[in-house]
Write a protein that binds this ligand. Structure first.
Ligand code: ASP
Length: 599
C-alpha cells in the first residue's frame, strides 16, 4: 500500500497512529535543526517534521527534497500544542513525525508557485498557466473549480435520473446542426469529398429520441461551434442537454427551476459557494416586458434602475431629438439613476455617453436633479419647465438623482439604455456579490425583428414551435408571431435556452419556407420532416450551459477557469499544442490537399 491516509484527513483522534502519506512537497523549511515539510495532495496539506537526532537518514533525505518533489512519508501522528494549532488547515491540529521518507520522483523548478495568494496568482501570465495547466490544476483555486464542477454534474445526473430521465449519448460525427454558428468539419475517409460536422448541440438527435419514445432524455453534452473564444464563450463547451415528451412550456420550466434551486442550495450546504437566491419561485418574465423595463432579453435583476417609456409624454415637445424620434415611429425611454448625482462626475457622464454611442445611440441626454429640486440639464430649456417637471415626477426623481434618456428606433433606445443601466448598476455599487438573480424570459417573438437577406431569421432555432394562437399570423404578419421559446437568465447572463418544438411536418415546412431555405438546405433537414411523419409526440427541452453557470456560481471572471483544459482566444490548446499540422500522408488518405503547406 503506497499510502494509508490522504494529506487532508488526519485529526486529533489519529494521534499515536503510524501512517504513510504520499504527495507533493509544498514547502521545506529548516528550523533550528529540524526540517518541516508540508506534503500536499488533492485533499489537503499535512506538516511532517524530521528530527536528525531521531532519524538521521530520513532527515538527510528530507533535506534534499525540493518544491514539487513527489514523496512518500511514514511516521507517527503527533498532536500539536494548543497554541500551535493551525485553524486554517483541516489537519492543523496534528503533525507527523517523519520516520522514513522516499522520494518517488523529482521535479524541475515549476514555472510558477503552486500555492500562492490571490495577488500573486493574478500576476501569473495566463498563457503560462494554460501551457502548464497540469501544474495549474494543483493550485487550490483551479482544483476547487474542478471539484465543484464534478459536484454539480453529479447532482444533475442524480436529480434527472430520479425523475425518470435517461442519459443517452448522441454522435459527435454528424451533420450540420441548426444553432447558426460555423461548423467544425471532419473529412470522411470512407466517402471521399464528404465531411462530418461536429455537433453544435445534440438538437436534432434529442428530438429524434423523442420520436423514438425515449420520453425523457438528458446528456452532459459537448457542443462545438467554430467561433472565437471570449470570456463567457469557448468553441468547445458543455451543455446539460435535455428533452421531454408530452410537455408544455411550464412543465420544462418547473423542472429546470426545481433543479437550479436545489442545485444552488446543495452547493451552499456543502460550503462550495455562498449565494442567496434573490427570488423564489424564479420569475417568468415576458420578452416585451423585459425589453421595456431593462432594454435587453437577459436582464440583470440584482438591482432595480428600471427603464420607463415616456414616448407619449414627449410627443411633439420642444426638444427636437425627442420629438423627431417619436415622429419617425421611434420611442423615448428614460431611467432614473437614484443617487447618481453625488457619484457621477462630468467625465463619468461622458463615459456613459460614449457607451451609449457604442451601442448605436446618437447621444445620451440627461437631467440632473439638484438640491432644492432645481434641474440641471442642457435639455430643460427645450422641454420647458412643465414637461421637465412632469418627467421628473413620472420617474420619481429627487434631489441627487440623474435621469438618462434614450430616443431612437426602439431597438437602439433599448440597447443603449440597457448597457447604460448595467454600467450604472456597477458604478453605483448596487450589486451584492452574494445575491444570485435567476429569471426565465418567455414569450419571445418567433423571428428576429430584423430580416436577414430578405428572409425571417429564427430568434431561437428553426424547430421552435409558434404559439398556437399565432399560427395564422405566419401567413400574414410573421414578425408578430410569438413562440414557445424560453431562456434562463442568471445575473444578466443567458445561461440556458430552450423551446417547445414543432412536431407537425406542415408547420415545420412553413418555417423552412419563411426562413428562406433553399432546396439544398431542405434536403439537409429532410430527415426531420420525415421523422415527424411517423407520429412525433409533442415535445420540448432546454440546454443549460454547465461552464457558464459554474463561472457565475463561483464568481470566476471567465469560463476558462472552470474547464480542466480550456483553449485560448485563438482556439489553441497550449498544453497539447493543438491544432497542429499533420503528416501529408494522412491528408492523402483523406483525399485532401492543403492550401497551406506544412512549414
Ligand atoms: N439546442 C439549443 C441550444 O444549444 C437548446 C435547446 O433548444 O434545447 O441552444
Amino acid at each position: 500500500m503506497l499510502r494509508t491516509h490522504t494529506c487532508g484527513e488526519l485529526k486529533k483522534e489519529d494521534v499515536g497512529t503510524y501512517v504513510t502519506l504520499c504527495g507533493w512537497v509544498q514547502s521545506r523549511r529548516d528550523h533550528g535543526g529540524l526540517i518541516f515539510i508540508d506534503l500536499r495532495d488533492r485533499y489537503g496539506t499535512t506538516q511532517v517534521v524530521f528530527n536528525p537526532e531521531k532519524q538521521k537518514r530520513s532527515f538527510d533525505i528530507a533535506d534534499t527534497a525540493r518544491s514539487e518533489y513527489v514523496a512518500q512519508v511514514e511516521g507517527t501522528v503527533l498532536g500539536r500544542p494548543d497554541e500551535m494549532v493551525n485553524p486554517n488547515l483541516t489537519t492543523g491540529a496534528i503533525e507527523v513525525e517523519g520516520q522514513a521518507i522516499t522520494v518517488l520522483n523529482e521535479s524541475q523548478t515549476p514555472p510558477f508557485e503552486i500555492e500562492s495568494d490571490q495577488e500573486a496568482e493574478r500576476a501569473i501570465n495566463e498563457e503560462r498557466r494554460l501551457t502548464y495547466r497540469y501544474l495549474d490544476l494543483r493550485r487550490p483555486r483551479v482544483k476547487r473549480n474542478i471539484v465543484v464542477r464534478h459536484e454539480m454534474v453529479r447532482f444533475i445526473r442524480n436529480f434527472l435520473s430520479d425523475r425518470k430521465f435517461l442519459e443517452v449519448e448522441t454522435p459527435l460525427l454528424t451533420k450540420s446542426t441548426p444553432e447558426g454558428a460555423r461548423d467544425y468539419l471532419v473529412p470522411a475517409r470512407q466517402h471521399p469529398g464528404t465531411f462530418y460536422s461536429l455537433p453544435q448541440s445534440p438538437q436534432q438527435y434529442k428530438q429524434l429520441l423523442m420520436v423514438g419514445g425515449i420520453d425523457r432524455y438528458f446528456q452532459i453534452a459537448k457542443c462545438l461551434r467554430d467561433e472565437d473564444s471570449r470570456g463567457d464563450r469557448q468553441a468547445e463547451f458543455t451543455q446539460l442537454d435535455l428533452e421531454m415528451s408530452f410537455v408544455e412550456r411550464d412543465d420544462v420550466l418547473d423542472l429546470v427551476e426545481e433543479m437550479m434551486i436545489t442545485l444552488i442550495e446543495h452547493l451552499n450546504e456543502r460550503g462550495y459557494i455562498k449565494k442567496r437566491i434573490l427570488q423564489k419561485p424564479i420569475p417568468r418574465l415576458a420578452y416585451d416586458d423585459v425589453m421595456l423595463r431593462y432594454g435587453i432579453d437577459k436582464p440583470d435583476l440584482r438591482f432595480g434602475l428600471e427603464i420607463s417609456d415616456i414616448t407619449e409624454m414627449v410627443n411633439g415637445c420642444g426638444f427636437a431629438v425627442f420629438a423627431d424620434a417619436v415622429k419617425k415611429g421611434g420611442v423615448v425611454r428614460a431611467l432614473n439613476a437614484r443617487g447618481a448625482g453625488d457619484v457621477l462626475s462630468r467625465s463619468h457622464i461622458d463615459e456613459l455617453t460614449e457607451l451609449a454611442k457604442k451601442h448605436r445611440a446618437k447621444g445620451l441626454a440627461y437631467i440632473k436633479v439638484k438640491d432644492g429640486g432645481e434641474l440641471d440639464s442642457p435639455i430643460v430649456k427645450f422641454l420647458g419647465d412643465e414637461l421637465s417637471g412632469a418627467i421628473v415626477k413620472k420617474l420619481g426623481a429627487h434631489a441627487g438623482d440623474i435621469i438618462f434618456f434614450g430616443a431612437d428606433h426602439h431597438l437602439i433606445a433599448e440597447e443603449a439604455l440597457a448597457y447604460v443601466r448595467l454600467d450604472l448598476g456597477r458604478r453605483l455599487n448596487m450589486i451584492d456579490p452574494e445575491v444570485i438573480a435567476l429569471s426565465f424570459t418567455i414569450d419571445f417573438p418567433l423571428f428576429e425583428p430584423e430580416m436577414v437577406d430578405g428572409h425571417y431569421a429564427p430568434m431561437h432555432h428553426m424547430f421552435t414551435m409558434p404559439r398556437k394562437e399565432d399560427i395564422s399570423l405566419l401567413d400574414t404578419d410573421p414578425l408578430k408571431v410569438k413562440s414557445w421559446q424560453y431562456d434562463l437568465v442568471i445575473n444578466g447572463n443567458e445561461t440556458a435556452g430552450g423551446s417547445i418544438r414543432i412536431h407537425v411536418p406542415d408547420i415545420q415546412q412553413k418555417i423552412f419556407d419563411l426562413i428562406g431555405f433553399s432546396e439544398e438546405d431542405e434536403k439537409n433537414f429532410a430527415h426531420m420532416l420525415e421523422a415527424f411523419r411517423y407520429g412525433a409526440p409533442p415535445h420540448g427541452g432546454m440546454a443549460p450551459g454547465i461552464d457558464r453557470i459554474l463561472m457565475l456560481l463561483l464568481d470566476e471572471p471567465n469560463i476558462r477557469e472552470v474547464m480542466a483544459f480550456p483553449k485560448t482566444g485563438d482556439g489553441s490548446d497550449l498544453v497539447i499544442g493543438a491544432p497542429a499540422f499533420v503528416d501529408p500522408k494522412q491528408l492523402k488518405e483523406l483525399g485532401i490537399q492543403s492550401l497551406t503547406p506544412n512549414p
